[in-house]
Design a protein around this ligand. Structure first.
Ligand code: ZN
Length: 339
């Protein structure tokens, strides 16, 4: 097992432990004989092997980090340089973690990302495993399932030490529940699984509001004194004045603009942005919305204004971040970014 530092996040990462690597090698050989040749490009393969005889040693499977706090994300990626140390089979695999299946997303990467040289393109297969405050702390097993075999590996989740907060709701808003329309529209938005990552791995996400944060992610809550079972604060609150700007934190596409007057009784005027690869951000309780569904947004672009629509104790921005439909902690994304 080789533990190294991930230069982008200064975290300990695992780069293909031995059993994992031999498993990968086994699969590669099978893949080479069946998949590549069946694609009738073996002629191109031999040509390219000559040209690219000095293949990047960074090819491999990366798991980073090996240990997360509840609410954080584990990134698993396989680098694949064509016709060399092939990890292309990852496109046919999935990972099972905490009873949830994650598929791999393929993207083209350039060797310069790793070595400062140009012109050598490869592929990266990436998936991001989500944890939440409801993920029990402890050591976990994830299972890589491929058509040609499977391999489990160990991960660890530690407590996020989330505090408890009591919320007093006003009577007028006490009885409000999500309408069917609201629930269906939001569930549909959160199930979006676009192939391409739109955000930049190298940059921290922009704070959607420049106000101070009030409620942190993961707070457990009591409502009028009663503990809400299985409830946790599913985002980060910014204590902003009504009418202050809300900006997009990263590149993405608006997939839902919901309005209180059209039945969004709980979330109020709200926006959901697809950043690609199952990563969605949400903005609740807005006073006004400045973008439309289908519109692409850039980091820092005005998307709406803070308000107190829906169930809100006062004007604030609730910023939620979802990976594969699960609410993850946005704070590390705002501090360091996300590969
Ligand atoms: Zn909130």
């Amino acid at each position: 097992m080789e533990i190294i530092k991930d230069p982008s996040q200064n975290q300990s990462v695992l780069k293909t432990n031995l059993s994992f690597r031999s498993f990968i090698r086994l699969i590669n050989e099978k893949v080479k004989s069946s998949y590549i040749q069946s694609k009738l490009i073996s002629c191109l393969v031999s040509l390219t092997l000559v040209l690219l005889s000095n293949l990047p040693s960074e090819s491999g499977i990366w798991i980073r980090p090996l240990s997360v706090k509840q609410g954080e994300v584990i990134v698993i990626s396989g680098l694949f340089y064509p016709f060399g140390n092939s990890y292309s089979f990852l496109g046919d695999c999935q990972i099972t973690f905490e009873n949830k299946n994650y598929k791999f997303f393929r993207e083209i990467v350039n060797y310069e990302v790793f070595k400062g040289s140009q012109g050598l393109a490869g592929f990266q297969y990436t998936t991001r495993l989500a944890t939440t405050p409801l993920t029990k702390a402890g050591s976990k097993q994830a299972l890589l399932l491929c058509p040609l075999g499977q391999q489990s590996f160990d991960l660890s989740v530690t407590s996020g030490n989330f505090p408890l907060q009591n919320i007093q709701l006003s009577k007028s808003k006490n009885s409000l529940e999500s309408t069917d329309k609201e629930t269906q529209a939001i569930n549909k938005a959160l199930a979006t699984n676009s192939l391409y990552k739109l955000w930049s791995s190298e940059k921290a996400w922009v704070h959607p509001s420049n106000a101070a944060t009030s409620s942190v992610y993961g707070l457990r809550r009591t409502y009028n004194g009663k503990l809400a079972e299985n409830y946790f604060h599913k985002g980060l609150d910014f204590a902003a004045f009504s009418g202050s700007p809300v900006v997009a934190p990263a590149r993405g596409k608006v997939i839902l603009a919901g309005y209180e007057k059209e039945g969004f009784a709980v979330h109020g005027n709200c926006l959901f942005i697809d950043h690609g690869q199952g990563v969605i951000s949400g903005y609740l309780h807005l006073s006004t919305i400045s973008v439309e569904e289908g519109q692409e947004v850039e980091p820092g672009q005005l998307i709406g204004k803070v308000g107190d629509t829906g169930i809100a104790t006062g004007p604030h921005l609730h910023f939620g971040l979802y990976v594969g439909g699960l609410n993850v902690n946005p704070t590390p994304w705002l501090q360091y970014g996300m590969p």
